[in-house]
Design a protein around this ligand. Structure first.
Ligand SMILES: [Zn+2]
Length: 141
């Protein structure tokens, strides 16, 4: 797995191998991590000792590195079927599935992988480094 091309789901699985699961915080004092903590650790981002601003800016960096995290998820949570509010992105759903629905990080990674495969299927026709236009994306649906 090359760091630059590693997918979010792969990074999450890799990080999950390092320690047990934590709920409600990126990393517990004993090293357990939540789904996003596992992903952060796998790509070398801090998981502790951050100010709120640092946390947000590293989250923005993660969304740039893994655009899938900023995707709009399905209308209902696959864990508890709760309606997903407008403006919620995949990273928010990941946090909810970890903390509230207590999904394992591996199960969450499987879900993220589904989104990655769907996104890859949409962008496949272009085959270039250019981002597909909205029209191309809509046409591919
Ligand atoms: Zn849920």
């Amino acid at each position: 797995m090359e760091g630059r091309n590693m997918k979010a789901s792969e990074a999450m699985r890799l990080g999950a191998m390092l320690s047990g699961q934590a709920f409600g915080l990126l990393e517990a004092s004993d090293g357990r991590t939540c789904a996003m903590g596992a992903l952060r650790k796998a790509v070398g981002l801090p998981v502790r000792g951050m100010s709120k601003l640092e946390r947000w800016s590293t989250q923005a960096r993660l969304k740039r590195q893994f655009p899938i995290l900023a995707m709009t998820p399905e209308a209902f949570c696959p864990g508890c079927r709760l309606q997903v509010f407008e403006g919620v992105v995949l990273v928010d759903l990941i946090v909810h599935l970890n903390n509230d629905d207590r999904w394992s990080r591996e199960r969450i990674a499987d879900l993220v992988q589904k989104y990655e495969e769907r996104a890859a299927a949409v962008s496949r026709p272009t085959e270039s480094d250019n981002c597909p236009s909205t029209e191309e994306l809509v046409a591919a649906l």
